[in-house]
Write a new protein. Structure first.
Length: 280
């Protein structure tokens, strides 16, 4: 079922709950900042006590506020029962665990809400710097730093010097380098969490994020997509197809392309042949 965002209800209660849960999850995670020990999960990625502590706080808050909604979280056991739900909270309790361990601040708590398979609401919270991005239909995209004013977010237009790419700090990729060269991009800023990257685009500090890998999951993309779209940006996979949510397999098999307004067609026309040749 497609969500008609033109007539969608305003999500004030959901947004308030997600903001509060993200901040509480951030506080739980930061108790382990500088002391957390990592273990390797299946697939090779690290997980720490901070991931689990944040997850418990967030999942408990969402279940208490919206008991009829399903939850898909990176650090919780999955259940096929969620597939029958129209509304699914999609949670990454600590996106950028490697950055958390490196103590560079480029990690985030990410809470998204998918309705009818589409990302509609997102909160991305960077606890190290107390920066909170939030968005929902009818509410727009906003940014709050510390206890300061909540300000609206809109993506900027690319400058005359060419596209500014935000790239991965901890996941270098040869295919991305080929795409970057095809686009003629020389201005690349490395960053951590997907939420942090999309936040830079939403603020107008970067123009484009591409990650052409099959191991991104729905919890990596749901909240960032909702925020970037409400800020005027565009998001697809590397084939130009919409990202879908609450799938039986939560992988986003063709990665992500996220950009400011008016760039998507040009970017896809350049990188899609590169991607298809590499993955054929």
């Amino acid at each position: 079922m497609e969500l008609d965002t033109t007539s969608a209800p305003r999500f004030q209660a959901e947004l308030r709950t997600a903001r509060d849960a993200a901040r509480a999850g951030g506080r739980a995670a930061m108790r382990f900042y500088g002391t957390a020990l990592a273990v390797e999960k299946e697939g090779g990625s690290p997980v720490t006590e901070a991931d689990h502590a944040a997850n418990r706080v967030i999942v408990d808050a969402l279940r208490a506020a919206f008991p009829d909604d399903a939850i898909l979280s990176e650090e919780s056991a999955d259940s096929a029962a969620r597939l029958a739900a129209e509304r699914v909270w999609i949670v990454d309790p600590l996106d950028g665990t490697k950055e958390f361990l490196a103590q560079n601040g480029e990690f985030a708590i990410m809470i998204g809400l998918a309705v009818g398979g589409r990302a509609v609401l997102g909160v991305v919270y960077q606890p190290a710097d107390d920066v909170l991005f939030a968005a929902a239909p009818g509410e727009g995209a906003t940014l709050q730093r510390g206890g300061g004013e909540t300000v609206p977010l809109r993506c900027g237009a690319p400058g005359a010097d060419g596209l500014r790419l935000v790239g991965s700090r901890s996941h270098p990729d040869k295919l991305l380098v080929r795409m970057q060269e095809a686009l003629g991009i020389t201005d690349v800023r490395p960053s951590g969490s997907v939420g942090v990257k999309c936040g830079l685009i939403a603020q107008g500090e970067r123009d484009l994020y591409v990650h052409p890998v099959p191991y991104l999951k729905e919890w990596d993309t749901c909240a960032p997509e909702a925020i970037l779209r409400e800020a005027g940006g565009e998001v697809t996979d590397c084939l130009g197809e919409p990202l879908r949510y609450n799938k039986p397999d939560p992988r986003q098999p063709h990665g992500i392309v996220a950009c400011g307004p008016g760039l998507l067609d040009t970017v896809l026309n350049t990188i899609r042949p590169v991607y298809q040749a590499a993955t054929a």
